[in-house]
Design a protein around this ligand. Structure first.
Ligand SMILES: Nc1nc2c([nH]c(=O)n2[C@H]2C[C@H](O)[C@@H](COP(=O)(O)OP(=O)(O)OP(=O)(O)O)O2)c(=O)[nH]1
Ligand SMILES: [Mg+2]
Length: 129
């Protein structure tokens, strides 16, 4: 079975809004909302992958981040380890650089069902803050 390590950014502004993006219809977990991020490549640290993915996907240069939660999830075809980082300082303004929809949403308004099942516990943690 495929084993993937994924670095993910929970980009939060001073108004406690979080920037989320929508996965492409034809991707794994298509049409689900996500925290931007992607695969940690060979030789990369999770932090390096985080900074690279946020630059590629939403056009920001992350400058302050801390590990918020690490979760494992088995999908029918793959096992993923997700490293969720809270990102609270960056340069630039996030946008859907790869053509994906993106929006700021109040932290307390996150919807568990809108995200992949691997995200349940991290969304619960954010909602409980
Ligand atoms: N980015 C992101 N991926 C998530 C989240 N929750 C979740 O289950 N995933 C899963 C979906 C995918 O199987 C995997 C992320 O892979 P990805 O498709 O974003 O990988 P990537 O950006 O490197 O893109 P590529 O190699 O396909 O071009 O993690 C999430 O909140 N954010
Ligand atoms: Mg990605």
């Amino acid at each position: 079975m495929k084993q993937l390590n994924i670095a993910v950014g929970i980009i939060r502004n001073t108004e406690r809004q979080i920037f989320i993006t929508r996965r492409a219809s034809d991707a794994h977990m298509g049409d689900k909302w996500e925290f931007p991020g992607g695969k940690i490549e060979q030789g990369e640290s999770p932090e390096q992958a985080l900074v690279r993915e946020l630059s590629e996907e939403v056009g920001i240069e992350a400058s302050r981040y801390a590990l918020y939660r690490k979760l494992e999830h088995s999908f029918p075809d793959r096992h993923v380890t997700l490293w969720f980082y809270l990102v609270d300082a960056w340069q630039g303004e996030p946008w859907g650089k790869e053509g994906q929809p993106g929006e700021w949403i109040p932290q307390h308004a996150l919807k568990i069902d809108a995200f992949p099942p691997a995200n349940v516990q991290v969304i619960e943690q954010l909602l409980a803050e």
